[in-house]
Design a binder for this molecule. Sequence first.
Ligand SMILES: Cc1cc2nc3c(=O)[nH]c(=O)nc-3n(C[C@H](O)[C@H](O)[C@H](O)COP(=O)(O)OP(=O)(O)OC[C@H]3O[C@@H](n4cnc5c(N)ncnc54)[C@H](O)[C@@H]3O)c2cc1C
Length: 382
Amino acid sequence: MDFRLTDDQTALRESVRDFAREVIAPVIAEHYERHTFPYEVIRQMGKMGLFGLPFGEEHGGMGGDYFALCLALEELARVDSSVAITLEAAVSLGAMPIYRFGTPEQQATWLPKLLSGEALAGFGLTEPGTGSDAAGTQTRAVLDGDQWVINGSKAFITNSGTDITALVTVTAVTGTNPDGSKELSTIIVPTGTPGFTVAPGYSKVGWTASDTHELTFDDCRVPAANLLGERGRGFAQFLQILDEGRIAIAALAVGLAQGCVDESIKYAKERHAFGRPIGANQAIQFKIADMELKAHTARLAYYDAAARMLAGEPFKRQAAIAKLHASTIAVDNAREATQIHGGYGFMNEYPVARFWRDSKILEIGEGTSEVQRMIIARDLGL
Ligand SMILES: Cc1cc2nc3c(=O)[nH]c(=O)nc-3n(C[C@H](O)[C@H](O)[C@H](O)COP(=O)(O)OP(=O)(O)OC[C@H]3O[C@@H](n4cnc5c(N)ncnc54)[C@H](O)[C@@H]3O)c2cc1C
């Protein structure tokens, strides 16, 4: 067992780290403050190949793997989580379902644009009335001749309303299974389809430079050929997508946690109180040591989950552990980093204020901490 990075992985991590520090850091505070989407940053990330990282070259990808995506997400989130979640959602929720389950035609139509970052896709699972309990899905799709007619709404959908959003994949009830449960399927809805409305962006506590909308479908018609994979496989599809996505969210959380360490070390050396740097006090040193410990152990947890996934082994429990642990320690580290910054930690001009506001959603999105515990307990046979 060896969790040291290869030369290629190290080079990727360093190039994304440099990009985050040199390109994202100088501009992101203003986007965050104004709640604007950083199109220019996203365009440059596309040119770097970040949106194609875990995809095969035959579809225009970079030929890397899911772990490469995680390394990039960690380095982005070390500086800013709005940009990191934009990439995470675009790749692991947006493009991945088409890559995994799409027909050759769907892949040829959508993947080149999505993998170059020229276009973004959203993943519409959550609804206003149901999130954790996806079996509660109310959105319906009825086959009428050679078209699906979709009615319903989706809540909190990332990347669904940018100027470059090309499509949303939507889970919908398409019938009843033999056991009486809902038959769920996934359908591709291109942006601009009549009957598909994107509400104005939410006013969010954090991730304010990312794009999140409620969507409504009112007799929205798309071709029958827009069904993603097999009819009735919607439930299995999103479980697989979310299992993988948890590793990516864990990586993002580790990045935020490490960013808190970076900023705290800097500030502890600069800030003086009682005639010496606050970092000369063991109380502050121990806080930072504990923050580093948490970031390091959470990183090992997501490396482990990713290694199992890439080896083709079961990884559901490990992905849930990584997501649960990393999101918990991200919130811990953001709280402690803010404390170390004193009153300045409460001022938006300091990155730790952004980290604090961005941390809480990590315990909620792509499966709450309670849901992660349910997954772990179920996998233990409970
Ligand atoms: C900024 C943002 C971006 C998002 N992006 C997307 C996206 O791109 N696509 C998408 O589909 N969704 C997205 N989501 C939705 C997100 O995944 C859900 O908010 C999340 O899964 C929780 O669902 P919910 O909000 O309906 O909470 P609920 O399911 O209503 O849960 C409320 C609370 O009850 C708890 N709870 C529920 N059931 C149980 C139980 N059985 N036992 C114990 N506790 C329980 C939950 O853990 C939680 O604490 C996003 C959300 C946000 C805020």
